[in-house]
Ligand binder design. Structure first.
Ligand code: SAM
Length: 432
C-alpha cells in the first residue's frame, strides 16, 4: 500500500462502515487527523491506520479496506504523489483547430498527460471504456514503412512505469463508475505494469490478464521459448458494476464439424443428447412411461412427457434402430462460446498497415462490443493510427483520441478523411 496516498472522507466512511457525519465528528474532535486541501479534508493512509489501531469505538475496517492492503506498490525514486498528479494545475489549454457540426468525436494532438488533465473540465466521470496501447518501454524508435519516424519509445524501467502510472491516475478520474480499462503491453514490462495498475485501480478491480497471440510461432536460435504473445490487462473502475455485454465467440466450421457432425434433411447440422438424466423421480411425470418406455434404472426423463411429445411431433427426437430416443440439438441454435482469456488476433506486417504497431481491428471490436454501449465514450490516449477510434466509430460509440506524434496526426487525418469519418480536431497549447 502506498502510505503517502490520501483518503477522502467518503472513503474513510465506506471503509469503516460509518456515515460521513461520524467521520467529520472524529475529525472535529481531533481523534482523526485530517488535512485540508483545496477546501476538502483528506486523511493520509498512515493517519487512518493509526486511528483504526488506537480507536476502540471505531468498527473493524470493512473487507474493502482489508483488500486494499493487498495492493502492492513498487518502490522507485521520483514517484509522484497521487494527489499532486490529479489536482496539480497545468498551465495550458485545449484549442480547437477544426470544429465539426455533425459530431463530438475528437482527436487531440498533444502530450496525453496535459490533454487528460484538461479533459477533466468536460469529461470527468464520463468515459465508459479506455483502451490503451502505450509504448512498451523498449528503448527503440518506431518508423513507418517509408522510414517516416512515427514515435519514439525511449523511456525505460522506472521512468516508463512512472510515465504510465501518472496517466493511469488521470484516466481513472475520467472513467465513469461503470467504466473499464484495457491496457495492452508486452511481457517484458507487463508484470510491473500489473502492479502499477493494482496500485491505481485497486487489486479488487483487476478482472483479467488476457494473453494475446500476436504472431506466428517463432523459430529463433536463442536459448529460449518462442515469444508469440503479449498481454492485455483488464480492470474495472468498480468491479462487478462495469459494462459487460457478454459477447460470445461464434462457432467455427472446424468446431461445428466436431460438435454437430450429423446433417438433418430439414433442420441442418445437429447432434443428439440423451433425454434422461441421473436421479429417480419417485412421484411425478418424469418418472412415468413414455411411448412404451420407462426411464433407465436410477434416472428420470429430462423433460415432462408433454414436452417430449411436442419434440417428437416436431421431428426433434431421433429414434435409433433399437428404439432408443435421443433429443436432436441443432447447430443453428448454438449461442456461441464463452470467450476465454487467450485471444488470437495476429498483427499484420508493416507493409499492410498505416502505422507501426497498429493493432488488429477484430481485437478492438471484441473489446468495444463487450465493454461499452452505443453512445458510450471510448478513449484511446495513445491513438497511433486511430484504430480504436475507427472501430468505435463503426460500432456507433463516441470517441476521443489523443497522440503527440505528427505522423499519427497525418495518418489519422488522411485515412479518416478518405473514409469520411468526421471529427473535431484540437491541440494542447501550453501557456507561456
Ligand atoms: C504503440 S503506439 C499505438 C498504436 C495504436 N494502438 C494503433 O493501433 O495504431 C503508441 C502511441 O503512443 C503515442 N504516445 C507516446 N507517448 C505519448 C504521450 N505522452 N502523449 C500522447 N501520445 C503518446 C505514440 O506517438 C504512438 O503513436
Amino acid at each position: 500500500m502506498n502510505h503517502s496516498s490520501f483518503l477522502t472522507i467518503d472513503e474513510v466512511a465506506q471503509h469503516l462502515k460509518i456515515t460521513r457525519q461520524t467521520v467529520s465528528k472524529y475529525i472535529k474532535a481531533k481523534e482523526l487527523n485530517a488535512v485540508k486541501i483545496n477546501k476538502s479534508y483528506r486523511i493520509t493512509v498512515n493517519d487512518f491506520e493509526s486511528f483504526v489501531n488506537s480507536n476502540t469505538t471505531a468498527q473493524e475496517p470493512s473487507i474493502s479496506y482489508l483488500r486494499r492492503t493487498k495492493n502492492c506498490t513498487l518502490q522507485y525514486t521520483d514517484k509522484a504523489d497521487e494527489f499532486e498528479v490529479v489536482h496539480g494545475i497545468t498551465h495550458g489549454e485545449l484549442r480547437t483547430i477544426k470544429e465539426s457540426k455533425q459530431t463530438e468525436n475528437k482527436f487531440i494532438f498533444g502530450d496525453n498527460y496535459f490533454v487528460l488533465k484538461n479533459l477533466f473540465d468536460t469529461h470527468k466521470g464520463l468515459i465508459d471504456l479506455v483502451y490503451i496501447d502505450p509504448p512498451f518501454g523498449t528503448g527503440q524508435d518506431f518508423n513507418s514503412i517509408d522510414e517516416h519516424s512515427a514515435y519514439s519509445d525511449k523511456l525505460v524501467d522506472s521512468e516508463f512505469l512512472e510515465f504510465i502510472r501518472k496517466r493511469l491516475f488521470l484516466l481513472k478520474e475520467l472513467m465513469s463508475e461503470r467504466g473499464s480499462i484495457y491496457l495492452h503491453i508486452d511481457k517484458k514490462i507487463g508484470h510491473y505494469v500489473k502492479i502499477v495498475m493494482d496500485e491505481v485501480f485497486g487489486y479488487k478491480n483487476f478482472i483479467n490478464d488476457i494473453t494475446r497471440i500476436k504472431c506466428n510461432p517463432k523459430n529463433f536460435s536463442r536459448n529460449a521459448y518462442g515469444n508469440y504473445s503479449d498481454m492485455i490487462l483488464y480492470y474495472a473502475k468498480n468491479r462487478d458494476s462495469q459494462i459487460w455485454n457478454d459477447i460470445k465467440e461464434p462457432m467455427t466450421e472446424e468446431k461445428r464439424k466436431v460438435l454437430f457432425p450429423k446433417k438433418h434433411p430439414k433442420h441442418g447440422y445437429y447432434t443428439t443428447n440423451p433425454i434422461h438424466a441421473p436421479g429417480k423421480t419417485v412421484n411425478g411425470d418424469t418418472g412415468l412411461e413414455w411411448k412404451g418406455l420407462m426411464p433407465p434404472k436410477g434416472r428420470h426423463w429430462r423433460y415432462s412427457r408433454e414436452v417430449l411429445d411436442e419434440l417428437d411431433n416436431k421431428g426433434l427426437i431421433e429414434w435409433s434402430n433399437t428404439g432408443n430416443p435421443r433429443k436432436i440439438v441443432l447447430a443453428r441454435e448454438h449461442k456461441g462460446f464463452k470467450i476465454q482469456d487467450v485471444w488470437e488476433f495476429k498483427d499484420k506486417g508493416l507493409s499492410y498497415v498505416d502505422y507501426p504497431t497498429q493493432k488488429n481491428f477484430d481485437l478492438l471490436e471484441r473489446i468495444i462490443k463487450n465493454s461499452s454501449y452505443q453512445n458510450s465514450i471510448v478513449l484511446d490516449c495513445f491513438a497511433g493510427s486511430g484504430s480504436t477510434l475507427r472501430v468505435a466509430n463503426k460500432l456507433g460509440r463516441k470517441w476521443i483520441g489523443v497522440d503527440n506524434s505528427t505522423h499519427s496526426l497525418e495518418v489519422i487525418s488522411k485515412t479518416f478523411d478518405k473514409d469520411q469519418i468526421d471529427f473535431e480536431f484540437l491541440e494542447y497549447v501550453p501557456h507561456d
